[in-house]
Design a binder for this molecule. Structure first.
Ligand SMILES: Cc1cc2nc3c(=O)[nH]c(=O)nc-3n(C[C@H](O)[C@H](O)[C@H](O)COP(=O)(O)OP(=O)(O)OC[C@H]3O[C@@H](n4cnc5c(N)ncnc54)[C@H](O)[C@@H]3O)c2cc1C
Length: 377
């Protein structure tokens, strides 16, 4: 079905943020996505651990995630009922009890596991080493490739356009719209969405706007084989209480990560050998697994606003310039709600009722929150 658009919108960035929003606007706007790389999802969105967990992140991130579950399930994007397990060690009892209480209040299915129960779930963690953990059974693996592809095809089916291999280089005000100059020419639009992931502040600069202080942080991951004759299919994502490492099953192998957050310039991130080596050492110290030689290491940039809440809203300094950034380590789990919410804001509508009921306000996501703060001495 072709849309009957009244607005022309350019979305900069072909990751999950830009594509999900583009798809959400397809029925009321003429949308063009511009992506610098030759294919979609090349950067953060092609490098994630693909988990959906309702207990991760700050209060607003958790609310945006809770509000996304239905769309993730109904869209057919659940790849596996994974579960997530926070592991405490000797001496962590009080912290684990506290975490269990906090997370149960949010997600009632969360359970405090004893050391024996934890060992039964993930036998490579010795009973003597752990004080038990906090288990979120309803965390799921998301099919991230399917999500990206579904957003792209929904957009195209409605007459939207995706331009890959085209880099945005300058943005300027043009009467009542905006002009976007790219490596392939120039475009005009009523609204320009800045969904450039690690480059959001750079893209703001192209419009003559100082950035909001969104910082890319590198995270490293790799694959390794499970112990011989061990059935890992039912293992959850296992994350150290102190976020020193995590591992999770992935198509018969395990993904390991240092859970690192190293400051980085926006770039095509690559893994440092030392980060892989430290992660291997920590996982080996905490479990009976001997990883040996990990394979296929990769790294990606998770981009955070200073308060670690995503940014969605119009920039008051340049009419028509809309921010959608700072998805941090939660981009897939929050994207469908952020897209729906952003689409509503662009039409001058309030935050959708179900999202507002979870305590999410437009002000909490607006770029203004950083502009006001920096303007205050
Ligand atoms: C190791 C790792 C594990 C993760 N695990 C999870 C997880 O388990 N669950 C979860 O929900 N999230 C996870 N994340 C986070 C998630 O991947 C990100 O939050 C999400 O992908 C961000 O999407 P994005 O569209 O904002 O950015 P990106 O995917 O980086 O997309 C931005 C795009 O903008 C383009 N661009 C930039 N500048 C320009 C320009 N000038 N012109 C044109 N195009 C431009 C870039 O080329 C890029 O493709 C993880 C991330 C990493 C790195």
């Amino acid at each position: 079905m072709q849309s009957n658009p009244s607005k022309k919108i350019i979305v900069i960035g072909g990751g999950i943020a830009g594509l999900s929003l583009a798809a959400a606007m397809r029925d009321w706007a003429e949308v063009t996505v511009i992506e610098r790389e030759p294919h979609l999802g090349y950067h953060a969105s092609g490098r994630s651990a693909a988990l959906f967990t309702e207990t991760y992140g700050n209060r607003l991130v958790r609310a945006l995630t809770l509000a996304s579950r239905q769309a993730i399930v109904e869209g057919g994007f659940v790849a596996h009922q994974r579960g997530a397990l926070h592991v405490g060690w000797k001496g962590d009892d009080a912290a684990i009890d506290r975490l269990a209480g906090e997370l149960q209040a949010l997600v009632p299915s969360v359970r405090r596991l004893s050391a024996a129960e934890l060992h039964a779930l993930v036998p490579v963690i010795a009973i003597e080493a752990t004080c038990g953990g906090v288990y979120e059974p309803d965390a799921v693996d998301v099919d991230t490739g399917k999500m990206l592809a579904a957003c792209a095809s929904a957009l195209k089916a409605s007459g939207g356009t995706i331009r890959t291999g085209e880099e945005v280089r300058a943005i300027s005000a043009l009467g009542d719209g905006l002009r976007v100059e790219t490596s392939a020419g120039a475009h005009t639009a009523d609204i320009v969405v800045n969904a450039a992931g690690a480059w959001v502040d750079v893209v703001a600069g192209m419009a003559g706007l100082p950035g909001l202080g969104l910082r890319p942080k590198r995270r490293t991951a790799f694959l390794f084989d499970p112990p011989a004759a061990t059935d890992i299919a039912g293992w959850p994502l296992v994350v150290d209480l102190h976020e020193q490492f995590y591992f999770k099953p992935d198509a018969g192998r395990l993904i390991g990560s240092l859970a690192d957050e190293t400051d980085s310039e926006p770039c095509d991130a690559y893994p440092e050998d030392i980060d892989v080596a430290i992660a291997v050492d920590r996982i080996e110290q905490a479990t009976s697994m001997r990883i040996g030689r990990p394979s296929t290491p990769w790294a990606g940039l998770r981009t955070f606003a200073p308060d670690r809440t995503p940014v969605a809203g119009f920039d008051p300094r340049l009419p028509g310039f809309f921010w959608l950034g700072g998805q941090g380590g939660y981009g897939f789990q929050v994207s469908l709600t952020l897209a729906r919410l952003s689409s509503a804001l662009m039409r001058g509508e309030p935050v959708p009722e179900d999202v507002a009921a979870l305590g999410v306000t437009a002000a909490a996501l607006a770029p203004d929150r950083f502009l006001t703060r920096s303007a205050t001495p």
